[in-house]
Design a protein around this ligand. Structure first.
Ligand code: NDP
Ligand code: OXD
Length: 314
């Protein structure tokens, strides 16, 4: 009942130490060509090399080290085991902090005041909108979207949400599916994207969608926040929208290519905030604990939680 760590882009040794501490009776192995798949019943993965899990025919679960599973779904040679994603208060809390930080920064004109400070300009603007005057629309009403909504509401933002299936959330106007998208966008000043990357959502944050955002809001133009996945957005369309005023600004944590290439105009754009895909980092202590808990529960006869629907892709 050993555990394989198949990780690219993060420090594997830190993860190995954390898991080994929590599973002292087992081997926690780092993926590599010399690994013998016999005796490996679990894999914990982040951007594993496609094909590298194919030999794990005995796997009882494939764990994502993050909330998203698109990195696993990309691999056509996965063993036929349940794919389990992370739902954890540490990760959820981090994402909500990022969303609230960015919404408040745009509400309180952070980019403008940073520019004014750099120019030593004292311009006492008396036209600050209040949070309740600003409409935040959250795309994706899952674990992360719902938590962010709760905090945004406590700050009095006017919050609405959009998801694939219809939802009822007290105090929040909700929209669903293709049929509800245009109405949702038409009443959104700050669009918060917290959706998974699937064949359905790929590229949907594009010119057509951005042009449907509200034009009558109190921020002087709509703002885009994306912490879902870079594959959801068309960066050329976002840049064009910033240039022609369709968008006032954007806060982006995820990008079509990561790390964001140094030649990307997004880096130096005065109306763009770039964070390096760490809106909600997976903290090894919290995430290893959550996965080990799942392993122990499974082995004591309970069902795995947060199993992904492979055909839906999330
Ligand atoms: P969930 O699976 O809990 O929620 C996903 C939400 O997206 C659901 O409400 C779902 O609708 C909605 N959705 C999915 N497909 C569509 C679609 N085609 N049209 C409309 N709505 C759709 O995921 P989480 O909230 O836990 O996480 C969301 C994403 O955030 C992750 O998949 C990951 O990509 C990203 N993430 C990014 C991080 C970062 O640091 N930048 C950190 C963690 C996660 P329905 O409710 O109807 O199923
Ligand atoms: C995740 C991420 O999916 O960090 O958890 O992107």
């Amino acid at each position: 009942m050993n555990l394989l760590l198949a990780i690219n882009g993060w420090d594997r040794v830190i993860w190995q130490e954390r898991f080994q501490k929590l599973l002292p009776e087992r081997q926690v192995l780092l993926a590599g060509p010399e690994i013998d798949p016999a005796g490996i019943h679990y894999a914990a993965c982040w951007k594993h090399t496609p094909g590298s899990l194919a030999a794990l025919g005995q796997a009882k679960a494939l764990f994502s080290l993050g909330a998203g599973v698109d990195h696993l779904m990309l691999d056509p040679d996965l063993p036929d085991a349940p794919i389990v994603r992370i739902v954890d208060p540490d990760l959820t809390g981090r994402m909500t902090e990022w969303v609230v930080w960015q919404c408040l920064d745009w509400l309180r004109q952070g980019p403008l005041y940073r520019r004014q400070q750099a120019a030593r300009t004292w311009h006492d603007d008396r036209h600050q909108p209040a949070a309740q005057d600003v409409r935040v629309g959250v795309m994706g009403l899952g674990v992360l979207g719902l938590d962010a909504i709760e905090r945004l509401r406590s700050l009095r933002f006017a919050v609405s949400g959009w998801s694939r299936s219809a939802k009822q959330i007290p105090g929040v106007r909700t929209y669903a599916g293709e049929a509800g998208l245009a109405a949702f966008l038409a009443q959104t000043d700050i669009l918060v994207v917290l959706m998974p990357l699937t064949p359905e959502t790929a590229g949907m944050i594009n010119e057509t969608l951005l042009r449907q955002l509200a034009r009558d809001g109190r921020l002087g133009g709509p703002v885009l926040l994306n912490a879902g996945r870079g594959g959801l957005q068309v960066e050329a369309d976002i840049l064009a929208a910033l240039e022609d005023g369709t968008l006032k600004g954007a806060s982006l944590d995820v990008f079509q290519t990561e790390p964001l290439p140094s030649q990307s105009p997004l880096w130096l754009h005065p109306s763009v905030m770039v964070t390096p895909h760490n809106a909600a980092m997976s903290h090894p202590d919290a995430i290893a604990k959550a996965i080990v808990e799942q392993i122990r529960n499974l082995e004591s006869g309970q069902s795995l939680m947060h199993v992904v629907n492979r055909s839906r892709g999330y």
